[in-house]
Design a binder for this molecule. Structure first.
Ligand SMILES: [Zn+2]
Length: 244
């Protein structure tokens, strides 16, 4: 498998849940509100023998009228139409913002040939919670869409992609293990967002169940070492992936 991070840049986020662009060369973290987190936003594209997978979909921002995730894919030589599967860890706006684009009747899925895999409970939960965390209006397109498949803990997608419920970061968060030959890719979404959080015990206040998330990270870190996983980090500024 070949994989690439599709970086949408660095941002700070505070209690307002607003993602504010951050230039790591020029901006100072101290000048942002206290408690601001500095994160990268990077979905991943994975080329397997049979599929072009997308792991989460970014913020959904556009640059010069073009969706940033489309631009990033094209820069790597992939067309958005080539994506066959979109795997969604959860539906917070920085992960699901890019599922679709356009307004009103013109709104369409960003990956017209892809099947979108997500948790039905997470979608329900997103509608209950809404903003500032969940872009409920934007998620409406997923309801009863023929390209959507609901998956849950223990499901396997085409045999090679294992779905696991995690539920630490938000109650219905899911993670994915993708196997091909000897290679194992692990995508933990916001349960395993940055390398440092895998290496050090860290209970995050922003998680739904911080302790559970911490325990899961430790468990995956150990399992990953045994099984030689490559872990993909959605929010890591320096280290998009790590080979255990
Ligand atoms: Zn999240």
């Amino acid at each position: 498998m070949i994989f690439h991070p599709l970086s949408e840049g660095s941002f700070t986020i505070d209690q307002t849940k607003e993602f504010v662009p951050f230039d790591t060369e020029r901006d100072q973290l101290q000048e942002r509100p206290t408690g601001s987190l500095l994160v990268e936003i990077q979905p991943f594209v994975v080329k397997t023998a049979t599929d072009l997978l997308l792991l989460d979909t970014g913020l959904g921002f556009s640059v010069d009228g073009e969706l940033q995730i489309h631009r990033n894919l094209r820069a790597l030589g992939y067309a958005p139409e080539e994506v066959t599967k979109v795997l969604l860890s959860h539906l917070h706006k920085d992960h699901a913002g890019g599922i679709a684009y356009g307004e009103g009747a013109d709104r369409k899925l960003s990956f017209p040939q892809a099947t979108y895999y997500l948790s039905a409970q997470e979608l329900q939960f997103a509608f209950e919670k809404g903003m500032p965390s969940y872009p409920a209006d934007e998620l409406q397109i997923l309801v009863d869409h023929t390209q959507v498949r609901f998956v849950s803990d223990g499901d396997r997608i085409d045999g090679s992609i294992q779905v696991m419920h995690s539920g630490g970061h938000c109650p219905h968060h899911q993670v994915f293990l993708i196997r091909e030959g000897e290679q194992v890719l692990f995508f933990g979404g916001d349960e395993a967002p940055q390398l440092q959080q895998m290496k050090h015990r860290f209970v995050a206040k922003y998680d739904h169940d911080g302790k559970k998330a911490q325990q899961l990270r430790q468990q995956w870190w150990e399992q990953g070492a045994k099984e030689h996983w490559t872990i993909l980090f959605y929010h890591d500024i320096r280290q998009p992936h790590w080979s255990c």
